[in-house]
Design a protein around this ligand. Structure first.
Ligand SMILES: [Zn+2]
Length: 406
């Protein structure tokens, strides 16, 4: 699979509510280690898909809902949701263009400059990005004369990337595509994958694909949602069907090891309400200079007990405080309509202002007031559920993808 999908910020696409109820599967076993003793952290009950926006005539009609259960695997400490909605259902159409966010662009430029410097990249190097969106990141490599290839399954967005001169394959990334590229002789010095691994149900296939395409001294630079931050900041709103995984350094390390890779760099990032950026290298490979930050973070996770269920148990209890948080948020944001649970879900679903403007939020709560929320966000971009989009982004909806939203 499954998704390469979103590029930063994670998963902001619009997908109309599916006409037919999509096939779905509930996992009884861990996707990381196959362990069968998954322990429930939080059960949200049946929830609508977060980005299943509804047309005016759909509002008021029954809406498809799917179980949303966050679970912990005692075998490998991987935190995951138990339900799998097929990627093609979730990621049919996209709303989000990465290049419309100044924050994302600045961070990308900085990351590219640093990577070029640290890894000594030249015109003879090759860079690959999985979920390359509209070329928001690869453009900075291209500008420095470093060959860059993107993989982006959303056709409308891949087209934008090609228009700006970034070769882009309109495909989902996984073992199969990687094998094909490898057979054609493609090898990369650097592979970026920002906010996409969490969507890949076949997480082993995804990592195996990265391993296949990395040169012996190559590096995978991967950004994922950091489960430690999720728990510490009670970020219930980042849990939804699209996000299958919530990683810790410990769980990621085991997954990488299973594919013959090791983590040689790690840094927590503030973006998207708390992410973890790791560098993956071939295990025992040519570049084994493991950064000090990896052991610092590891010790921190060990101290907190991130790899044990006890770390997550209080998180579930904190959910009871959510109504209080929502009341405060309502008072400050000008949210007026919808039941408390509806607002909970609006937050929970990770809604964007554009979604709210459309008044077609999953759950059928039309007519949410947008303007005060925008004001709030302008003052504090983190106020509305940790969303960090600019006004410009909000208006940058694709005519095809967002046609239903206007
Ligand atoms: Zn497991």
């Amino acid at each position: 699979m499954t998704s390469t999908l979103c590029s930063p910020p994670a998963s902001r696409r619009a997908s109309p509510e599916p006409k037919a109820r999509p096939a779905r599967r509930t996992r009884a076993a861990c996707r990381g280690c196959g362990g069968k003793r998954l322990k429930t952290i939080l059960d949200f009950g049946p929830m609508p898909l977060a980005n299943a926006f509804r047309t005016a005539d759909q509002i008021g009609r029954p809406e498809s809902r799917y179980p949303l259960v966050l679970a912990f695997c005692p075998g490998c400490s991987l935190v995951q949701i138990t339900e799998t909605i097929p990627a093609r259902t979730l990621f049919e159409r996209y709303l989000y263009y990465s290049s419309t966010s100044d924050t994302v662009l600045d961070a990308s430029r900085e990351l590219v400059e640093r990577t070029i410097r640290e890894r000594g990249l030249t015109a003879a190097s090759h860079v690959l990005e999985i979920a390359s969106n509209d070329g928001y990141l690869l453009q900075f490599y291209a500008a420095r004369g470093i060959p860059a290839l993107g993989i982006e399954p959303a056709r409308n967005i891949a087209r934008k990337a090609r228009e700006r001169g970034i070769p882009t394959l309109g495909r989902f990334f996984g073992r199969e595509l990687a094998a094909r590229l490898a057979r054609d002789g493609f090898q990369a010095d650097v592979i970026h994958a920002n906010n996409v691994l969490a969507h890949a149900e076949d997480v082993h296939g995804f990592l195996a694909g990265i391993k296949m395409l990395l040169k012996p001294d190559g590096a995978g630079v991967i950004e994922v949602p950091y489960v430690k931050t999720l728990v510490e900041r009670l970020e219930f709103d980042t849990i939804y069907h699209e996000h299958i995984f919530y990683f810790s350094l410990a769980s990621l390390e085991r997954l990488a090891a299973a594919q013959g890779m090791e983590i040689t760099g790690a840094e927590p990032l503030a973006i998207h309400g708390g992410s973890l950026r790791v560098t993956l290298s071939h295990a025992g490979g040519m570049r084994r200079d493991i950064s000090e930050q990896v052991s610092i973070l590891k010790r921190e996770e060990e101290r907190l007990g991130v790899a044990s269920f006890d770390f997550y148990a209080p998180f579930a209890g904190q959910r009871n405080h959510a109504p209080e948080f929502l009341r405060n948020w309502q008072r400050h944001s000008g949210f007026r309509r919808g039941s408390q649970s509806g607002k909970a879900r609006a937050l929970h679903s990770g809604h964007q202002p554009a979604d709210l403007r459309a008044g077609k939020a999953p759950g059928g709560h039309a007519g949410l007031r947008l303007a005060p929320q925008l004001e709030l966000r302008r003052r504090d971009p983190r106020a509305a559920g940790g969303v960090q989009k600019t006004r410009r982004e909000i208006h940058s909806t694709d005519s095809g993808a967002a046609g239903d939203l206007k």
